[in-house]
Design a protein around this ligand. Structure first.
Ligand SMILES: Cc1ncc(COP(=O)(O)O)c(C=O)c1O
Length: 444
């Protein structure tokens, strides 16, 4: 419904977004929204305040994310749309015990404001964890706690991007990051990907030709939306480019610990802590309701991000920070990761089999080795935005590819998240999608 309102180019799409957002919010609010609107109509004249919104909001995305979140609790739709962790991985029992203990014994810290950079005890735990997993312990002032991954992107964009500054992203890239950078009026440039992740040689050519980015944003492990990873041999080349051309790399490791075989190539931050800001999140490995993540970066960058956080949420919630620390120090995070990897590996395999069974000839898709997503390229003639109402009618949901691109691209592409679809529904979901595509191809 939302997608069908979107015009043909990204600019038209972004111009329409204030209206789309209002529409989507009301749609999400359902009955409550209708009642609210009715009472407003009955009172004073209905005003449209969108014209008052700041200029920078006109370049924002958001309709797709609103649509994804609207389906968070849907039970009658097979939803491949949101990158949601499976609630089966949420630590209900352990957490009940930890929360009870903290409320009984740690009120002065757990229920209080925390330092903006995060509680020292959690930072100490996180530093040890980074050392164990990535072979480097952040030095003094090199680590802070954030309210999830998106908080860090917002802080980075707020701290580094002036209107018109070039920012490089993979094409395609994570919608939330695209929105964060657009929110600060970055001039977004895409670098294409292949099976081995970002094409670093293409980036080198662009830099050689004069491109001077302020920041380069990348998701090297099991990327959102493609599920692809940056090959180990491309990593040193990428950080060398950052050193030579003096830009910061924002490395997003949201899915790094969810590699199906538990291994990962060296992180960019461990290779070059002088030019890399690493952002990580516990949304996929602990639970997203807690909204916690980290940033590791050169001390002067962390100091600036801390200043930026002081005038956004000031600090991440201390209760969640203490819960995460207790959970992690108790060994539960590492134990849960083993189970989560097995769960998502199984779902990815089921997804691959289901696509092979049901997709029309000429369809391609990625085979992820970790994370939540597979990226589908449908045959020419399929417009994934235009087809989403038909998919909704058949009770299956996906995210069309176009908004993942900073410029044009992705018309016949779509992202499928297998992470939160029950095993026995994956095949049925793919069958429904296959039928949607086949019907569209026959009608074309
Ligand atoms: C690549 C990537 N980075 C960051 C995030 C956001 O993480 P959080 O929910 O912790 O803000 C997501 C969420 O989907 C993601 O896919």
């Amino acid at each position: 419904m939302i997608s069908c309102m979107i015009g043909s180019g990204p600019e038209q799409m972004y111009a329409l977004l204030p209206r789309i957002l209002t529409f989507a919010r009301l749609a999400c609010q359902g009955r409550e929204g209708q009642e609210m609107q009715a009472s407003t109509t009955a009172g004073a004249e209905l005003r449209d305040w969108t014209a008052s919104f700041a200029r920078r909001t006109r370049t924002l995305g958001g309709g797709e994310i609103t649509a994804i979140l609207a389906l968070a609790g849907a039970t009658d739709v097979i939803t491949f749309s949101g990158g949601f962790p499976d609630p089966a991985t949420f630590p209900k029992d352990v957490l009940a015990e930890i929360a009870g203990r903290l409320v009984a014994q740690d009120v002065a810290v757990a229920l209080q404001y925390s330092q903006t950079e995060g509680l020292p005890s959690l930072r100490d735990y996180l530093a040890g964890r980074l050392d164990a997993l990535q072979g480097r312990r952040p030095g003094a002032g090199e680590l802070m706690v954030t309210s999830g991954g998106i908080d860090c992107m917002e802080l980075v964009a707020k701290s580094l991007v002036d209107p018109g500054d070039p920012v490089v992203v993979e094409a395609p890239s994570y919608l939330g990051a695209i929105m964060a950078f657009r929110g600060y009026e970055a001039d977004l440039r895409g670098v294409p990907m292949d099976e081995d992740g970002m094409q670093v040689d293409v980036l080198a050519d662009l830099l050689d030709a004069g491109l001077r980015p302020k920041v380069l944003y990348t998701i090297p492990d099991h990327q959102n939306p493609t599920g692809l990873s940056l090959a180990a041999e491309r990593r040193p080349a990428l950080v060398e480019l950052a050193r030579r051309y003096r830009f910061l790399i924002l490395e997003d490791v949201a899915y790094r610990e969810l590699g199906f075989d538990g291994t990962a190539p060296p992180s960019l931050w461990s290779l070059a802590p002088d030019v890399v800001i690493q952002t990580g999140t516990f949304s996929k490995t602990f639970f997203p309701g807690v909204r916690l993540g980290w940033a590791a970066a050169p001390p002067e960058v962390i100091a600036q991000l801390v200043t930026a956080k002081q005038n956004s949420d000031q600090c991440s919630g201390a209760l969640g920070q203490r819960m995460l620390e207790e959970y992690g120090r108790g060994g539960h995070l590492d134990r849960q990761l083993v189970e989560s990897r097995a769960l998502y590996a199984r779902r990815a395999e089921l997804m691959g089999k289901a696509l092979a069974e049901h997709m029309p000839e000429g369809t391609g898709w990625t085979t992820p080795r970790g994370g939540f997503f597979t990226w589908v390229t449908a045959p020419d003639g399929i417009d994934a935005v235009a087809l989403s109402p038909a998919a909704s009618a058949r009770k299956v949901a996906y995210v069309p590819g176009r908004p993942f691109y900073p410029g044009d691209g992705g018309v016949s592409q779509l992202r499928l998240a297998y992470s939160r679809v029950e095993d026995d529904l994956i095949d049925e979901g793919a069958r429904r999608l296959g039928n949607v595509f086949r019907t569209a191809l026959q009608e074309a």
